[in-house]
Design a protein around this ligand. Structure first.
Ligand SMILES: [Zn+2]
Length: 423
């Protein structure tokens, strides 16, 4: 069965049966040119950064290289400079802090139409996750209007299922009681695996993961224990939450092409990556009304898959999405370490429900201290061996065991560094 997202793309673009990757790119470039003209007219930030750009010459995706990137720092510095509507047209302002970052909070502005488009995208995407009449429990943070929980709830209700917002998994017993009997659960990967290992008896049919990248070990752990289907979603607040949903075939993520243009660039040089080459995800939210972003650097890593999808889809998909490029920490000598390697090694142990990683770079050999929260005693040696296999002899390992309650709604997990350690 063709992904609903691709079906929808054919309809929204008006391309119908003529939908090909080339026809889509042409259509998107037309929209991007309109957005460029608009942001240059309406936002003080883009008036300056896009000054001198000949918009009419931005005809093909490679032409986008003529445009400067928008960075998270630009957003932090003066978010209102990026606004394209007067304040009376702002429906919601979402303020959040990226965990592991010492920078101030980001502020993202939404107009009513921006929120509505996200609800419509969720409603469409959720048809692969829930059916009409089913009960969905949402474990994303806060139910305030305009939050991801609120928009997802609206999307789910629109397709005829019932949704309740529980909020973050602070108390796993209470969260388990809320999840009991539900058909579908939606939450952050780290919290869902914690819940799964604390309450293995739950039997949701599907689990939607979002707001952080989904480690393969977590997907497999959930599927095995809860005997459910796991659907990872990739999104970010800056892009109006929804960006891509993994195909039911499991082969790549279908993108929100009619509203957001995605590029992959070399994180160091900023040049466009060739298809299949891993790089940083850069988004242009050309349909956003309040705060459209032009070539916004997300810091996430993925690659573009141009092969056709087993579902019959022909449009580009994202593959291999993983956490933030900036999250990898240099150990010197060309070596680095990222939270992804630890996630894959540790969550593949069925007893591990949470862990904390602290890296000390000041010692002669970098020392990684791992505190493991386990549901049953685990002999230390096999764990140590597994980690050593995964990490090699780059660092010295210290293993500790203890309870690590969830911090509740922490968005993205990271390796902690001493305050004065170099990043
Ligand atoms: Zn597909």
């Amino acid at each position: 069965m063709l992904s609903r997202i691709e079906d929808w793309t054919a309809t929204v673009t008006g391309l119908g049966a003529a939908l090909t990757p080339e026809a889509l790119a042409d259509w998107q470039m037309g929209r991007i040119r309109k957005a460029l003209t608009r942001v240059r007219e309406k936002s003080t930030f883009y008036r300056e950064s896009l000054a001198g750009i000949a918009v009419e010459n931005v005809l093909t995706p490679p032409d986008l290289e003529k445009l400067p990137f928008t960075s998270p720092e630009d957003l932090l510095r003066d978010p209102e400079a990026l606004l394209c509507v007067p304040s009376k047209e702002i429906s919601r302002v979402i303020t959040f802090r990226t965990s592991g970052s010492t920078a101030g909070p980001k502020r993202i502005y939404f107009a009513e139409e921006d929120l509505e488009r996200t609800v419509a995208f969720f409603s469409l995407g959720m048809t692969t996750f829930a059916e009409a009449g089913q009960r969905v429990v949402i474990f994303f943070s806060s139910s305030i209007p305009g939050s991801i929980s609120d928009l997802l709830r609206q999307g789910i209700e629109r397709m005829g299922a019932a949704a309740e917002i529980h909020g973050p998994v602070n108390d796993p017993e209470e969260a388990g009681a809320a999840a009991s009997g539900a058909d579908c659960l939606a939450g952050i990967p780290g919290e869902m695996i914690y819940l799964c290992r604390t309450c293995p008896e739950l039997r949701p049919k599907t689990v939607l993961l979002s707001m952080d990248y989904a480690p393969q070990s977590v997907i497999e752990g959930l599927e095995k224990t809860w005997k459910c289907r796991v659907i990872p979603h990739y999104g970010m607040t800056e892009a109006g939450y929804g960006l891509a949903l993994r195909c039911h075939s499991g082969k790549g993520y279908h993108l929100r092409h009619p509203e957001i243009f995605v590029e992959i660039v070399d994180p160091v040089t900023g040049r466009r990556a060739v298809p299949g080459q891993e790089g940083e995800v850069v988004v242009t939210t050309f349909s956003h009304k309040a705060m459209p972003l032009i070539r916004y650097r997300t810091g996430d890593i993925a690659w573009m898959d141009l092969s056709s999808c087993p579902c019959g889809g022909v449009l580009p998909r994202l593959g291999g999405i993983r956490g933030r490029a900036a999250g990898a920490i240099s150990l010197g000598g060309g070596e680095s370490i990222g939270i992804q390697e630890l996630d894959e090694a540790l969550y593949s142990l069925p007893e591990v429900r949470n862990y904390r990683a602290d890296l000390d770079l000041r010692r002669p050999l970098p020392t990684l201290t791992l505190m493991l929260d386990v549901t049953a005693p685990v002999p230390e040696e096999p764990v140590r061996r597994r980690l050593q296999d995964a990490l090699g002899d780059r660092l010295r390992l210290e293993l500790l065991f203890g309870e690590l309650p969830l911090s509740g709604g922490a968005r993205k997990r990271c390796i902690h560094l001493g305050a004065d350690a170099p990043r």
